[in-house]
Write a protein that binds this ligand. Sequence first.
Ligand code: FES
Length: 176
Amino acid sequence: MVPGAGDDVGDAMVEPPSRRRFLTNIWAGLGVVALLQFLAGAAFFLTSGRKRTGKKSAPLLEAGLVGDFPTGSVTLIRKGNLYLTRLEDGGFLAISKKCTHLGCAVPWMAERKQFECPCHASIFDITGDVIKAPAPRALDLYPVTINRDMITIDTSNPLRRSGFTPEQVIYPEERG
Ligand code: FES
């Protein structure tokens, strides 16, 4: 009889672990589902981000005709998130709106004729060169081409520069 009694006891002891195993399996299954959802979300985020950053469909931006921009003017080109500056000598610079300190958008203050960063008070002149730190270098430039008076800006490739040099200025073609 001892074995029978032992069996009863044994059965009673076997049952809880199998229930526990059942619950463990459910939790493991839920964990796997959650992990798969996370991975699917991450994959979607990464691939959509890649599509966004890899969006090279329209890197060339037609800003307008030379005559649309008076000398000594700074025009916000919203589509490219940049400024098109026309210097007093007629040359053009396409200047990034992004501060080289910590990346804040830098507004042009027409009355003082300078860019003033609202975050930490860096100041840049009309060429984007640093007048006042903490910005460590001039605002980035975008390549400009002028063909038959149409100004085209390549927004795909901002150029880092330490400061302004006259070679950075693009001039309209001479008219004969
Ligand atoms: S982000 Fe422009 S000065 Fe700091």
